[in-house]
Design a protein around this ligand. Structure first.
Ligand code: 5BU
Length: 357
């Protein structure tokens, strides 16, 4: 009898999505299937959390729109700083944006406005309420961004090579205009580098979103795996954790159908149980509504506002989900770093028990 997907070790999962394939390898390297839901309202607290809990997690989930001082600058802002921390600690960023509008609008929400999540979030998510075009619209926006990004990287290397300060005789015959343009371009590039340096060195009040975060300053890259690919991925909301939600079985099935038709972009689902039912389904499932009992006490299994909680053992062991998403269970603990490690261990134990069952 062939092994079920739930019993297949992460490193043997055959996802065709480059980010899922990367994520499975990352999970094995870090022995973690934990996502931190960093629901805090200040950019500084968000960056500090990402930096201190980064070693325990494989995904950091954000709601950029609850961060009151979110800095939208693509090069130096909060998203860019999170991306640097993701490279430092080896985790993916998931903006829990829950897109749910017509294609044309979600494209703008994804790439423009204050969030610009496509720039810094490897993963985002969407409701399928508006119909399947929401997925193709976001996919198109992501691939347009990726093409532009590739082009930018290339341009950067090309213009960086010839140095106008050291132009040789060979260049003498060159059009003066060309050289002037190149010099102007280099001057602009220099100016932008200078301004970035200035930002990180100048004095700013402690609560300024741009004040340097001491632990975030070193230019370190996680060394146990290469950096994440430039691809972007989408999760579809197939099931929610909140009581009385309207996402019924037929709705979840429709989600899975749409995912099967868009495997290049859809990595999987936000759901309360695995949605892999067909033999070749290789979707990843990430699951919010997860808490552990704290110490001797059994924590309440709801938050009084509709949220419903399950333990890592139940979600990973019985419901065969892949990644547990934990917010207040970790950030509300007296010692979030130790608590994150406790969740990481429990999640990984449940996974190893599942694959060896
Ligand atoms: P908590 O503090 O662990 O309850 O936070 C859960 C997070 O997951 C929070 O950011 C929610 O917005 C998010 N969430 C959820 O709780 N349930 C869902 O079905 C979905 C997202 Br989709």
């Amino acid at each position: 009898m062939s092994r079920s997907i739930a019993q297949t070790p992460y490193e043997e999962r055959q996802s065709t999505h480059p980010l899922s394939a990367y994520l499975y390898r990352l999970m094995v390297v870090k022995e973690s299937n934990l996502c931190l839901s960093a629901d805090v309202s200040s950019a500084r607290t968000l960056l500090r959390l990402a930096n201190s809990i980064g070693p325990s997690i494989v995904v950091l989930k954000t709601h950029y729109d609850i961060v009151s001082d979110w800095d939208s600058d693509v090069e130096t802002g909060t998203g860019a700083q999170l991306a640097a921390l993701a490279a430092k600690h080896g985790f993916l960023i998931f903006e829990d944006r829950k897109f749910s509008d017509i294609g044309s609008t979600v494209q703008k929400q994804y790439t423009d406005g204050p969030g610009k999540a496509v720039e810094w979030a490897h993963i985002t998510n969407a409701h399928i309420l508006p119909g399947a075009a929401i997925v193709s619209a976001l996919a198109d926006a992501a691939s347009a961004w990726r093409e532009k990004k590739k082009y930018e990287v290339k341009t950067d290397i090309t213009v960086g090579t010839p140095r106008p300060e050291s132009l040789s005789e060979d260049d003498e015959g060159k059009d003066d205009e060309d050289i002037k343009n190149l010099k102007a371009l280099q001057a602009r590039r220099k100016a932008s580098i200078v301004s970035i340096t200035t930002v990180s060195q100048s004095y700013e009040p402690a609560n300024s979103p741009r004040a340097p975060i001491p632990e975030c300053e070193e230019d370190v890259i996680f060394s146990k795996i290469e950096e994440a690919p430039l691809d972007r991925g989408l999760l579809l909301l197939a099931q929610m954790s909140s009581a009385g939600n309207l996402l019924d079985e037929a709705y979840a099935k429709a989600c899975v159908e749409i995912a099967r038709n868009n495997k290049d972009f859809v990595m999987g689902f936000i759901a309360q149980e695995t949605q892999n039912t067909a033999a070749d389904d290789q979707f990843i499932t990430m699951t919010p509504g997860c808490q552990l009992p704290s110490g001797e006490e059994q924590r309440a299994n709801s938050d009084g506002l509709g949220q419903q909680y399950n333990t890592p053992k139940k979600l990973i062991g019985e419901k065969s989900v892949d990644i547990i998403i934990v917010g207040r269970g970790i950030i509300g603990a007296a010692d979030p770093v130790t608590e994150a490690e406790r969740y990481r261990r429990k999640g990984w134990e449940a996974y190893t028990a599942r694959i060896s069952a």
